[in-house]
Design a protein around this ligand. Structure first.
Ligand code: PAF
Length: 286
């Protein structure tokens, strides 16, 4: 496995692979890899000849009061896991290599990124879109894998690729949970043992809503209410949102008929957790 830190080296390696007729799949990450990331890497492996994983804690997607400095990092362990997964190149640039001191070009998605997390993290998706477009250019990737855990991020990136005609295929990957239901996240590391138990309220609430949906419930306030009940039962420190959104617009859905996303963001202790389920009442094709 090649470990590359310079953007020019990644682009040169990618160009050599392309010249040899090989396809490249990118898995963009911020490191501190867990089973969820490994499932993205395995999906990438099934979709192309070469797999590039980027590990870059992107400063431009963190607000001034957010957890950029304490975001967990363990490059040696991440590199070992990537090696075991047969990754071809690991890209690990420094912030200075990705952003010139007078960097001044940004990608701003202006619709889907306004609600849910975007309403609470105003610069977040501008940073995500900008760094992802840079990573797409540097890796010359044919495809890139994004997990459904960050559902809004996936939809925003799909919109960017469509609107800016970026020649890359976005490959959505299923959300990976711990055995007890907690969505896998690098930020779970922040949770104390007690908080870890309270954090299960997010997935428990979503599963209850999913069951109600399967039993025919379509009213947004009834579905979101089930999630809120669980969060209130564990006295979540703060609920940023529990929302049922139309999946195409990420605006509040009047009903759970059609394709919707039920999404939650809440603080357990000082840790902000997100989780979601996609609700789909379109009958499966016979
Ligand atoms: O999902 C993440 O880890 C990040 O937002 C990403 C896509 C790697 C961009 O920094």
């Amino acid at each position: 496995m090649k470990i590359l830190t310079s953007p020019a080296d990644l682009q040169a390696q990618a160009a050599a692979w392309k010249k040899a007729g090989e396809t490249i799949i990118l898995v963009p990450t911020m490191g501190y890899l867990h089973e969820g990331h490994l499932s993205l890497i395995r999906l990438a492996r099934r979709n192309g000849d070469r797999v590039v994983v980027s590990i870059f804690v992107n400063p431009t997607q963190f607000g001034p009061t957010e957890d950029l400095d304490k975001y967990p990092r363990d490059f040696q362990r991440d590199a070992e896991l990537c090696r075991q997964e047969g990754v071809d190149a690991l890209f690990h640039p420094s912030p200075g290599e990705m952003y010139a001191p007078d960097f001044s070009c940004w990608v701003q998605e202006e619709s889907l990124s306004q609600t849910l997390c975007g309403a609470f993290r105003p610069i977040h998706f501008r940073g995500v879109c900008t760094v992802c477009l840079k990573l797409f250019h540097l890796s010359l990737a044919d495809g890139a894998v994004f997990g459904k855990k960050d559902a809004q991020q996936l939809l925003v990136i799909q919109r960017m690729v469509r609107d800016l005609n970026v020649p890359i295929r976005i490959i959505p990957a299923p959300l990976v949970r711990e055995e007890d239901g907690l969505a896998r996240s690098s930020r779970n590391k922040y949770l104390s043992a007690q908080e870890r138990v309270r954090a299960l309220a997010l997935s428990r609430g979503l599963f209850r809503a999913q069951e109600a949906f399967q039993a025919g419930e379509r009213r947004p306030e009834a579905l979101t209410g089930l999630v809120r009940q669980e969060l209130e039962a564990v006295q979540a420190e703060k609920i940023d949102y529990v929302e049922l959104m139309d999946r195409d617009t990420l605006r509040p859905a009047g009903s759970a008929a059609g394709h919707t996303l039920l999404a939650v963001a809440a603080y357990i202790g000082k840790t902000r957790l997100i989780d979601n389920v996609f609700l789909d009442d379109t009958p499966a094709c016979p």
